[in-house]
Each structure stands twice: as structure tokens, then as C-alpha cells.
Write a protein that binds this ligand. Sequence first.
Ligand code: ATP
Ligand code: MG
Ligand code: FE
Length: 348
Amino acid sequence: PLVMGIETSCDETGVGIVRGHELLADAVASSVDEHARFGGVVPEVASRAHLEAMVPTIRRALDDAGVGLADLDGIAVTAGPGLAGALMVGVGAAKAYSIATGVPIYGVNHLSAHIAVDTLENGPIPEPAIGLLVSGGHSSIMMVEDLAGKVTQLGASIDDAAGEAFDKVARLLGLPFPGGPYIDRAAKEGDRAYVEFPRGLSAAKDMQKHRYDFSFSGLKTAVARWIEARRADGEDVPVNDVAAAFQEAVCDVLTRKAILAAQEHGVETILLGGGVAANSRLRGLASERAEAAGLTLRYPRPKLCTDNGAMVAALGSHLVAAGVAPSQIDFPANSSMDVEIVSLANAL
Ligand code: ATP
Ligand code: MG
Ligand code: FE
């Protein structure tokens, strides 16, 4: 199937076009520079930027792919979760194009799309698979029994998301927003054993009740205290070493628990998805540990890990191919859409 995907859940206006598992176009306009001086995404600014970028980005994607609207078998759009006003721009645009062309619309989950994008890189996903979904707003271990509809959450962060921790620690270290890529870069020059930062929810007692859950707020506080103590002593903070040690603490827990979940559920494949899946150490450590455990690890190229329209198109293409019903045209954007709802099939 030929599917256009529209993504506007945060600060990227993304439009992707996919045929089957083949990526034909991936147009992204980001308003990240407008938010940088605030140190975080400003919802109102994001919505306005989506409004301005929406139509030109759709045109660009169609041009790049060399297809017309009438050729499409489906228009997929992120229905949630995300910023309400930002989501509404994409959902409104997708509905308008669907009504004008008669092409069926699929309101899909942004988080399932972060997992589905891997099909563009590595082909069909062997089911069941464990999805380690690590992004700006989420850190979950997902059981993907059927990417067209049965995705369940085995565990999640009980406080900050992994990407949020990267962004907060980057700020503590005086690195720009969003901090994940800057920490990744700094850490390459640092010593990951420089300090042993805490591994949240990894102690024996936590492994009972929170076996597949994560906690990163204690880690962030530990880094903040460590930096404060250094500064109080009048010493410089070794940014590269702190970045490397922090990143190691995050990647250690993420990979350990994802592999444990795969082993304990008899699942052979682990997929990484979400912005933090672009992290070079996460990819490296996950590869090492998956190989040692005899598991297959898959991840998309870094550019497809962060928000884009291709991931929404990839999920849409999978849904159309699987014969999943489209959404009713009056479905609402849902800023807190449940992580286990893959698409709004037949939903109002
Ligand atoms: P969600 O998907 O939960 O709705 P989001 O869409 O805002 O959140 P993504 O675009 O998926 O988030 O990911 C953005 C996050 O990924 C940011 O926190 C960013 O710092 C982080 N990130 C991006 N690249 C890297 C990297 N190389 N290393 C670590 N973190 C990274
Ligand atoms: Mg973004
Ligand atoms: Fe995302």
C-alpha cells in the first residue's frame, strides 16, 4: 500500500510517504530552534509552527515521492499522545485531505509508530518482539504481539522518561537543548567509569515489584548533587566524564531490563525505538548484550528514531496491509492516548 503519514505531536512537522516497507519521502520541518532559548518545547509556539509548515511539508513530501494524493491508499496521522494543540493541526490537516480525496484516514499512536518505523530499515517485524521505547516523554518495555493491534506494556518509567533525563542532565552540564545528542557527543570523549551513578529500580527488592520499570529522577538528582559538590569545592566539572557516566547508568538499566523481558517471555527479537534509540552507547551496549544472550537486536537509523512522518506512514502501511479498519472521520486528537492503543480503528 501507498500511505502518507503526518506527524505533529511535538515540535516536528513530519510528512512521510511509504510504499509497503519502502520509504519514498521523509519531509520534516522542525521548530526546535524557536524553543531552544526556553530550554523546552513551548506548546503554543509549536502549534503555530505546525500551521505554517503543514501544507508546504505535505507538498514537499508528495514531490519527493513523485506521487499524487489520488494515488494514496491511506492517510495516517498521529492521533496522540502529544501536545493537544500540536496534534490538532496534523489531525485537522489529515481529515481535510481525506475528505477532499476520499482516501481513508488512520488515526494512529505515536509510540507504536516509533516501533513500526523499524520496518522501513529492516523489513517485517518478527512477532512477538520486545520493543524498548525510549523517547522524550516515554520509556517503556512493550510486548509487540501484533503490530497491527496487540501491543502491551510490560513496564515503564515511574517518573522521568529517558529522553527527559538526558535533556535535564544536559542542562545541568550547560549543554544546549535538546540535550540527548550533545551528551552522546560529549560522552564519546569521556570515561564512563568516572563515577558510578545509581541504577534506578535495579536492587533486588525493586526487581520484585518493578521488574520492567525504570526510574530516572533519582539519577538526575544524583548527577545534580555531584556537580554541586564539585563546584562547592571550587573545582571544574569534567563535562565529558559526567556525560559518559550518566549515559552509562541510563543505558545499563535500559538494556539489562529489555533483555531480561525478552528472556523471561521467550521472545527472540528486541527493537529499539524513540529519540533515545539514536544514542550511540545504547545501540552499542544493546548490541553487545543481545549478542551475548543470543537475541536479535534491531534499530532504525538515527534520523528515523526522532520524530518524523515516515514512522507514521510505516505504521499506516502496516495497518492497511493487515486489513485494519480505518478511523471514523470525526475521531478526536488524544493528548494522553494510551500506549496500548495502536490505532483508532472504527473509533469515533
Ligand atoms: P514521545 O515520543 O515520548 O512523545 P518526543 O516525541 O518528544 O516524545 P522523540 O522525538 O521521540 O521524543 O525523542 C526526543 C528525545 O530523544 C529528546 O529527549 C532527545 O534529547 C533524545 N535524543 C535524541 N537523540 C539522542 C541521542 N543521540 N542520545 C540520547 N538522547 C537522544
Ligand atoms: Mg523534537
Ligand atoms: Fe516521539
